[in-house]
Design a protein around this ligand. Structure first.
Ligand SMILES: [Zn+2]
Length: 310
């Protein structure tokens, strides 16, 4: 090319025979040709760019759609699990309500249990969701899960209360006089005012008299500790040889007129443990057991504490 002239010479070599050839162009023609070439290249590049951008966008959109569908399916899966958990929590609470009734504990109302799901809707396969919907839904799940966790925790606390109450009830039952201390013993004299069989005067009878043969076994009517053992007595006075058992909870039982005592002071006894034998020590017309139930120092009608009576 020679810039000094108004013509441009292009010299090129053939690869086949290494022969030099040349084209001579006017400067103007060369410039216009160069521009055309440049324009074609530009066009090609921009076409390529436009094509590839579209292509990647399409790719992105389709992968986002796939992701969305996948997330939606995941949410539906979560839904179903949540519904199952909620069903179980409902069952747990229903069982808890029943146990509380049996244990004689106050009912936990549904407000306290916070049962309502509160505006949350479970999604399904058909729902089309944008990212805002998705976020909303995920927040909703979080709230539902929090609520479920609170409900389970409350049910656990309640279960503990029921367990304690049952334990307490069992302890109370174990220590409450509830049997007739002599098997097949006949109630001869009841609790309350009566004409005394020996003194022939109206006297209050603070217990029951259960007639049985001398030497018949007498059983502790509940668990407790032997509080008092009386072996020395005056002839024809009082209850003779006697045992007093402290059952706790302010409850005591007294067993009088015994011919023999089988326990010692301070000994722990259980219901149905033999504690002595029937006799007529003290003021008695014949062999029988004088049995008292004392609550907070006050004599009670022992028949009310004989739950095995028919
Ligand atoms: Zn008596």
């Amino acid at each position: 090319m020679n810039g000094m002239q108004s013509k441009v010479k292009i010299i090129y070599f053939s690869l086949r025979d290494s022969k030099a050839s040349q084209i001579e162009l006017s400067r103007r023609k060369f410039i216009s040709l160069s521009f055309s070439a440049f324009a074609i290249v530009l066009l090609l590049v921009s076409a390529f760019l436009a094509f590839s951008t579209n292509f990647y966008q399409d790719l992105e959109i389709s992968s986002l759609a796939k992701l969305n569908k996948h997330l939606n399916a995941q949410l539906v899966g979560l839904n179903n699990e949540l519904i199952q958990i909620e069903t179980r929590v409902n069952d747990l609470e229903r069982e808890d309500d029943e146990l509380r009734i049996i244990a004689d504990l106050p009912k936990i109302d549904s407000d306290t249990r916070d049962v309502g799901v509160g505006g949350f809707t479970y999604v399904n396969d058909e729902m089309a969701m944008d990212s805002k919907d998705l976020m909303q839904q995920i927040l909703g799940y979080q709230q539902v899960l929090d609520k479920m966790e609170r409900r389970i925790r409350l049910a656990q606390i309640s279960r503990e209360q029921v367990r304690n109450k049952f334990g307490e009830n069992a302890r109370v039952l174990k220590h409450t006089p509830s049997i007739r201390p002599i098997i097949d013993g006949r109630i001869r004299d009841k609790f309350g005012m009566r004409i005394h069989p020996i003194l022939d005067k109206i006297r209050n009878h603070p217990g029951v008299d259960i007639a049985a043969e001398r030497g018949t076994e007498i059983f502790a009517s509940a668990a407790g500790v032997v509080e008092k053992v009386v072996t020395k007595y005056t002839l024809n006075r009082g209850y003779g040889k006697q045992v007093i058992i402290n059952h706790g909870m302010g409850l005591r039982t007294r067993y009088g007129h015994l011919s023999k005592i089988l326990v010692t002071k301070g000994e722990k006894v259980h219901r149905w443990q033999p504690i002595g034998l029937v006799g007529d020590t003290g003021l008695a017309t014949g062999p029988h057991l004088h049995y008292e139930v004392i609550k907070e120092g006050k004599k009670q009608d022992p028949l009310r504490y004989m739950l095995d009576m028919d």
